[in-house]
Design a protein around this ligand. Structure first.
Ligand code: DGL
Length: 251
């Protein structure tokens, strides 16, 4: 069974791509809605929450894990994965995303939560492949998406953040997994010439390379959330309408 973790709904954008790569696999999705949004938390808080999520997955016998949360990567919690899940393979967001730009000469901008931008993780990773990037922090956006803000409010938040930067880039990477859920709003705000990149493709492709074919089972998704939320349930219904699934709220 493949485990997927996020602060809430963001990882659903990654799960969609994972389902394409592993149609027969069983998934256990952990959405920590009680503690969302993660993007405004400190490293220490994020590390503690990551440990809780990993322990939950381990206790539930996952074989491989996808950390579908950039803010978790930004908290440098990566060593925690290895400490707690030494028998499992782990895929996180930053490495596969940046590596997919190895042969790409276009100018890149990365938009993400404040925690992710402040960590310098993407800046450093792109620097490793000799690319300087533009960064755009979008405070509050992940929380708005998680808790069902109106499209108008979401558009205002995106417009404010995007227009504070010069648009001297060719591609915009949505480096928070919540953002692809409102990709249409990003599209309506950006110049037509700017391509939007959803890192879920690169992350799912990396998982496909790493995880063994033993991931075959009967294709069921178990969603486990730490707090009930109508917006999460609606999103699951919308995105995974024809899938076998259960939603459980942790006590
Ligand atoms: N979706 C997560 C990320 O990729 C967390 C966003 C949040 O909860 O602030 O950063």
């Amino acid at each position: 069974m493949i485990g997927v973790i996020d602060s809430g709904s963001g990882g659903l954008s990654v799960l969609l791509e994972l389902k394409k790569q592993f149609p027969q696999a069983d998934f256990l999705y952990y959405g920590d809605i009680k503690n969302a949004p993660y993007g405004e938390k400190t490293h220490a808080e994020l590390s503690r929450l990551t440990v809780d999520a990993l322990k939950f997955l381990k206790d539930n016998r996952v074989t491989n894990v996808v950390s579908a949360c950039n803010s978790v990567s930004a908290s440098m919690a990566i060593s925690l994965f290895d400490t707690l899940l030494s028998a499992q393979h782990i895929v996180e967001m930053v490495g596969p995303t940046v590596q997919s730009f190895l042969q790409d000469t276009r100018r890149v901008a990365v938009c993400a939560t404040q925690a992710t931008i402040d960590s310098g993780m993407y800046q450093n990773a792109f620097h490793m492949i000799d690319k300087e990037i533009t960064t755009i922090a979008i405070p509050d956006l992940a929380g708005q998406i998680e808790f069902g803000a109106t499209e108008e409010d979401i558009k205002n938040t995106i417009t404010k953040a995007i227009s504070a930067q010069s648009t001297n880039y060719d591609v915009l990477v949505l480096a928070c997994t919540h953002y692809p859920l409102v990709q249409n709003v990003f599209r309506s705000v950006l110049n037509d010439s700017i391509e939007i990149i959803d890192p879920a493709h690169a992350v799912a492709a990396r998982a496909k390379k790493l995880f063994k074919d033993e991931e075959g089972s009967d294709g069921k998704v178990q969603f486990v959330i730490t707090k009930d939320a109508g917006s999460f349930r609606n999103r699951v219904e919308e995105l995974f309408a024809d899938q076998r699934k259960t939603i459980e709220v942790l006590p």
